[in-house]
Design a protein around this ligand. Sequence first.
Ligand code: ZN
Length: 410
Amino acid sequence: MLSWPDAYMPPALAGIKHPTLQLFDSYKGKKVDILGEQSSIYICGITPYDATHMGHAATYLTFDLVNRYLKASGKNVSFVENITDIDDPLLERATRDNQDWRELAESQIELFREDMTSLGVLPPNAYRGVIESMDEIISTVAEMIATGKSYQLEGDIYLDLNQVDGAIENLPIALEQALKIFEERGGDPARAGKRHALDPLLWKARKGDDPFWEAPFGQGRPGWHIECTAIALKNLPKASSTSITLQAGGSDLIFPHHYMTALQAKALTGVEFASCYSHSGMIGLDGEKMSKSKGNLVFVSKLRQEGVSPALIRIALFANRYSTDRMWSRELVDEANKLLTRLLSALSRQEVAPTFEVVQEIVNAISDDLNTPKVFDLLNTWSLKTEEGQVGGSPGEISRALDTYLGITL
Ligand code: ZN
């Protein structure tokens, strides 16, 4: 799948030290070190029927910070993102709107590319659609069948969680809640004949007029979670002791999607899928969660049309920690604008407060689980010191750091 154009990322300033990046791991419940010279990152992409709202933007901008930090610290980063270009919600939306599902997907993918380009998100090394990855997915399902850990139910194929060590014991939430969320997010816990209510679907047999693909185990299409397992395992270089370094996405993917993706990978390879599972918080509006069903989505394209710059979007989204659920508001944009105006005014001076130490502190803050509120505090303080007449710095060092680490091009 065509990605979007690369964005220039200036290298780190000479002499800046990059502490090991620490990210909060949603399953371990603590910060973990992102180690190794090779970082393999898998980010779950969009289902292309409603691109790109602020929830999406928050996720891809969060992991853009991770990508930038690792690259600036000299790591070799392989980054893969998928697009769920065949899925029930996409088909349902297309049917509802009397539109061809392929055309709907293509138009939304194009909009997503435009949004990512305008936001300055570094593109993935591989941007993989599910449809173009079908051979990889089918061979992954075949590998799973060969392990003997799957079973058939009226032509559909499920993973037997009872045969995967710790699958039920290590659920990140209570079983009762897991069953509820599993159903809400497309699962079928109540289906008669399943060995365990949470067993994830690997392959859905051809039904009615739905699109289908030929596979040795029957015509049909893949389950949601196995798509990401397959694309991640087949497109990323292996990390040191796990299959990949980081699995990332929005916190609504913690369960079941990322849990099942990782379990399936472990069932196939015998090793832990990722060394870190990191999730960005949900973005709400007017006190409510932003969601398609509530119809209160704020779109990046709309904000762009209204003249809200990518720099303002980034500052407003990261005024609070990436991992927290937070509200999007006009006030947030106004606050971001105040900071940016003050910063631009300081940067336009010939004499500015010392900068190298500030850049080092910015780097330290980002390495600490992307502490962006602290970064903006540091920038604000530096602007104030400059206004007060402190001297000795170089404005170029600040603007370069903004570009390198935050993707903010002034
Ligand atoms: Zn995924």
